[in-house]
Design a protein around this ligand. Structure first.
Ligand code: DX5
Ligand code: ZN
Length: 215
């Protein structure tokens, strides 16, 4: 079963509760929360306080995507705020195993993220230690960007590595996902699809989620 993780980056921040409950009722599997610091990416979004505020209003797992420098400093705060999955960029981690161990020590599932230009080889050494691999299909920083086609073979590459090793690691894609690109990501081996604008720009979120899921 393909999981859908709506990104609240494209939600109405003045009506976050309504927009989260709307996608929960529409069949979402995770709530994807984009954390940006104005350094790792050229945008600033939300911090642990907002995650803490969201925690009691949904029963869905909170999938926290850290696009920040020095993630180790902030991981405990996001864990305590109620994150269920915390994903970090390899490009932002000086000692990746240490960071992944820190996430797990907080009792949270750990994900590792690579940008479109970062090769899959960079995550091979950490694959046995993570719960999720997130492949960016846009350069992180903003919602509503165009899907980068050249990431498709990387999805297949990650899926093959996971299958070969008999691991149960989820393969998530993020950026420019719509019903058309979603189908190709799933075909390549993705099982969690993040979508922001393709869900929140539609009045009927349930319908948007179903069409991204492919039914
Ligand atoms: C981009 C974020 C994404 C973003 C996706 O930096 O990581 O999660 O919200 O937005 P769409 O689906 O509109 O490309
Ligand atoms: Zn994201």
């Amino acid at each position: 079963m393909i999981k859908i993780a709506p990104s609240i980056l494209s939600a109405d921040f003045a009506n976050l509760q309504k927009d989260i409950q709307d996608v929960e009722q529409g069949g979402a599997d995770y709530i994807h929360i984009d954390v940006m610091d104005g350094h790792f990416v050229p945008n600033i979004t939300i911090g642990p306080l907002v995650v803490e505020a969201i925690r009691p209003i949904t029963t869905l797992p909170l999938d926290v995507h850290l696009m920040i420098e020095d993630p180790d400093t902030y991981i405990p705060a996001f864990a305590k705020a109620g994150a269920d999955i915390i994903s970090v960029h390899v490009e932002a981690c000086r000692h990746l195993h240490r960071t992944v161990q820190l996430i797990k020590a907080e009792g949270v599932k750990a994900g590792v993220v690579i940008n479109p230009a970062t090769p899959v080889e960079s995550i091979i050494p950490i694959l046995d230690d993570v719960d999720l691999v997130l492949l960016m299909t846009v350069n992180p920083g903003f919602g509503g960007q165009a899907f980068i086609e050249s990431v498709l073979p990387k999805i297949s590459q990650v899926r093959s590595l996971i299958t070969e090793r008999g691991l149960s690691v989820e393969v998530e894609v993020d950026g420019g996902v719509n019903p058309e690109t979603a189908a190709r990501c799933v075909e390549a081996g993705a099982d969690v699809l993040v979508a922001g604008s393709a869900i929140y720009q539609q009045a009927d979120r349930k319908k948007a989620i179903s069409s991204i899921r492919g039914n």
